[in-house]
Design a protein around this ligand. Sequence first.
Ligand code: HEC
Ligand code: HEC
Length: 336
Amino acid sequence: MSDRRIDPVTGTETTGHSWDGIEELNNPLPRWWLWAFYGTILWGVIYVILFPAWPMVTGATKGVLGWSTRANVAAEIAAVEESQAALRASLTEVDLRLIPENEELHSFAINAGAAVFRTNCSQCHGSGAAGALGYPNLLDDAWLWGGTVEDIAYTVRHGIRNEADPDARYSEMPAFGEILTDEEIATLVAHVQSLPSGQDPLSGPGGELFDLNCTACHGMDAAGMRELGAPNLTDAIWLYGNSDEQLTEVIRYGPFGVMPPWGERLSEAEVAAVSVYVHGLGGGETQVGENDVPEGAGAIDAAPSDPDEVPFPDEAGDTGGEDAAAVIETDEAATQ
Ligand code: HEC
Ligand code: HEC
């Protein structure tokens, strides 16, 4: 350009731009900057050749290294699964009652079980497993169907009152609205409400009705029957609530809690893990009917509270399955 000139003070050429008499010197770029700039261009070209870079219609250019985050994640998952395969296999092979004795397996089961619970169970039982109206609390030691880890695993595998699994736990409280008068139902409501405070289940007009209509499932002592999933009515824990309206509804129409079966949807290892998890939430029992023992019945020795003393079949000979069955029978005999 015509008005380029050499600046007399610095001896450097000007660019010819001038603002209000201030002129721009045409200093060369610093060498280090220039090389860094060329370096980034070179680096960019090499990167584009080696790695996925340019977006295309259905993906991106692949790059000659074939690197992919997706493949990396898949490989990592495969590696983790391989490292867990042994634990997973043990979960399906080991007697569920023995899992707490192996620290590594136990913590694996608890973690995996918690994940299974979050995904599959929390929508009904609550994220903290505390349940809701109609959905039992799994943290306490009040069990409808049983709280040993095997009981829990059976419930999880087959579900309750569903049509999908022929082995689902099943029972049905009749709709007494078709059998009893409104007055009789009102008497029973008041009677049931008084049971937790120690009212004799069989005395008074309510007791008479209870004896005739309810003891077959809830027991002479109103403490429930696990073989039928009939709740204990003396423990002040109410699955369906204990207001006048709620109890009237329960007795009039009969409750019918349904839980889906998980045996098909979850793997055996997942069923085992979630059962161990639920069992460990606080209410888990170590022996059939541990919390069911009628006082003074003498049928079962109280289960040892120290898990180390639990008599496992392979350690203590014949204290396993047969005894458990015998306990159920004694229980039944006691309540009939
Ligand atoms: C669609 C709702 C639903 C889902 C999902 C569900 N449950 Fe249940 N569950 C129930 C209901 C309802 C009952 C009570 C049935 C009854 O009244 O006997 C129940 C009962 C149980 C019981 C028996 C409690 C007792 O006192 O004996 C256990 C154990 C249990 N659920 C565990 C699980 C686990 C573990 C999962 C996840 C794998 C799960 N449930 C998913 C609805 C559900
Ligand atoms: C054929 C067995 C059977 C008979 C008979 C029966 N029940 Fe039930 N009852 C059940 C079962 C099973 C449940 C639990 C159902 C469920 O979980 O959905 C239940 C639940 C209840 C509940 C709800 C408890 C709670 O925790 O919310 C009450 C209350 C109750 N029964 C009262 C009675 C009364 C009163 C009678 C007699 C008039 C009676 N039942 C007769 C089986 C029976």
